[in-house]
Design a protein around this ligand. Structure first.
Ligand code: HEM
Length: 423
């Protein structure tokens, strides 16, 4: 069978959709060029927000080596920073899925073209295409599974998604560098293909172009097909973004397992990730009699009861919970003892880094590390109240950490021990 046999996918004649073409592919490509770049940057920012270079407990990808070159001390201002970057990462990722799939559909004939490689450069380009397509599908799939709480990946999400991101983005940059001139030419030529009165001036497809040599009669125009893809992205956007924006829009977040759930009313009525029951918190340990906060530092260790904490200066901060899954709460009014005041209690006028341990027995991040700038921020609290009421067990009673701009997982709940200056 010859490779121009239209019964074979290797033959251009096999692909009969009249929609394929350089303009259609270029428009999708340009949208992905911007979207994937924003995804990569917000993803890298998400990793940096963990302060992974501060302590091993914060780092889920310790073998990253030079891929961690960009890390920096995560700031506490603006206090909504992580809420914005991670909300954007997850919402944009989901919104781009129709664009990614339409782009892959538009170039699928290329994957079957023969010969597989006719020069070294062509072979390298084909290999980068495999990394691009494989890496893209891998990143979007692991991302969606993660936010849908389906942890079915072979191993930990963090290194898989992190390394996958670098492979995908490297192939993406190579592809964009190679194809951008073609894309710009196709977008420009589209205009030239319309005569003085906007009438369509057809021209013969150039060799290798994605245009079908024997197209089926059109049922929709290329522009119509792009509107359809845009409509699908818009639908995903309006059924996802509500989990990050919050307020009345939260109910529209139909695709968000956590972010769209109804947490009930009252001062403690806002979203949570882990319940006290899931975390294995024993109510007997959190009672007034049993619970003691153990604070260790330069001058030794002190054990504080809730009553003793309540006799310390209490402060309030309006801060959101911003989850790594992309959902976030509105600003909540937290009230408690400043972390820097607790540091002063054990000999630090200039707050050092802090190691936090929880009563939590199950789930990730039972321990976390905070950098000195986070500890020193006057809005960083060991919170005992929220919205004027004692913390509920699911929100971390008897006490939890709340720090501006930090990922939710670093705002440890059910705090048992604080160790200053040990990192
Ligand atoms: C539907 C698409 C996507 C979704 C839903 C998604 C979701 C997520 C989530 C939930 C996290 C935080 C994980 C955590 O800290 O627990 C994350 C981190 C990250 N994402 Fe994505 N992602 C998507 C696509 C992408 C793409 C296309 C890239 C690369 C171009 C990317 C790069 C990253 C990076 C570098 C991280 C940091 C990983 C780490 O903290 O170890 N993501 N993503």
């Amino acid at each position: 069978m010859r490779d121009d046999d239209p019964r074979l996918p290797s033959s251009p004649g096999f692909w009969r959709s009249p929609l394929r073409g350089p303009w259609f592919t270029s428009v999708l490509g340009v949208v992905l060029l911007v979207g994937v770049t924003v995804l990569f940057v917000t993803g890298l920012v998400s990793y940096a927000a963990y302060n992974p270079d501060l302590a091993r407990v914060n780092d889920q990808t310790p073998d990253k080596g030079i891929l961690g070159f960009y890390l920096f001390a995560w700031p506490t201002d603006p206090y909504w920073l992580y809420r914005l970057t991670q909300g954007l990462h997850v919402t944009l990722g989901i919104t781009l899925i129709p664009v990614l799939l339409a782009k892959l559909w538009s170039v699928v004939p290329r994957l079957f073209a023969l010969p597989p490689a006719c020069s070294l450069a062509h072979a390298l380009e084909r290999i980068s295409l495999l990394l691009l397509v494989g890496g893209g599908l891998f990143e979007f799939t692991t991302g969606v599974l993660n936010v849908q709480l389906d942890y079915v990946f072979p191993g930990s999400f963090y290194p898989l998604h992190f390394y996958g991101a670098w492979v995908f983005f490297a192939a993406f940059v190579a592809h964009a560098a190679l194809k951008l001139p073609t894309a710009v030419r196709s977008l420009r030529r589209r205009r030239e293909e319309h005569g003085a009165h906007g009438e369509r001036v057809s021209r013969a497809p150039e060799p290798g172009e994605l245009v079908s040599p024997r197209p089926l009669p059109p049922t929709v125009s290329r522009r119509g097909a792009l509107w359809f893809v845009g409509g699908a992205s818009l639908l995903l956007l309006v059924t996802t973004a509500g989990q990050s924006i919050g307020g009345v829009l939260r109910r529209t977040a139909l695709l968000a397992p956590h972010g769209g759930a109804d947490p009930g009313g009252g001062p403690n009525g806002f979203q949570i990730n882990k319940t006290a029951a899931y975390a294995g918190i024993d109510a007997a340990e959190t009672g007034e009699e049993a619970w003691r906060l153990v604070v260790t530092g330069r001058t030794g260790t002190v054990r504080l009861s809730r009553a003793q904490l309540l006799r310390m200066p209490l402060h309030s901060s309006a801060l959101p919970i911003a989850c790594v899954e992309g959902w976030s709460t509105q600003d909540q009014w937290w009230r408690g003892v400043r972390l820097r005041d607790l540091a002063a209690l054990v000999g630090y006028d200039d707050p050092p880094d802090l190691f936090v341990e929880s009563l939590q027995r199950r789930g990730a991040f039972r321990r976390a590390a905070l950098r000195a700038n986070q500890v020193a921020d006057p809005r960083s609290l060991l919170a005992l109240y929220v919205n004027g009421e004692e913390l509920s067990p699911d929100h971390g009673h008897p006490a939890r950490i709340i720090v501006p701009a930090a990922p939710g997982v670093l705002n440890t709940k059910w705090v048992a021990r604080l160790t200053f200056g040990a990192l």
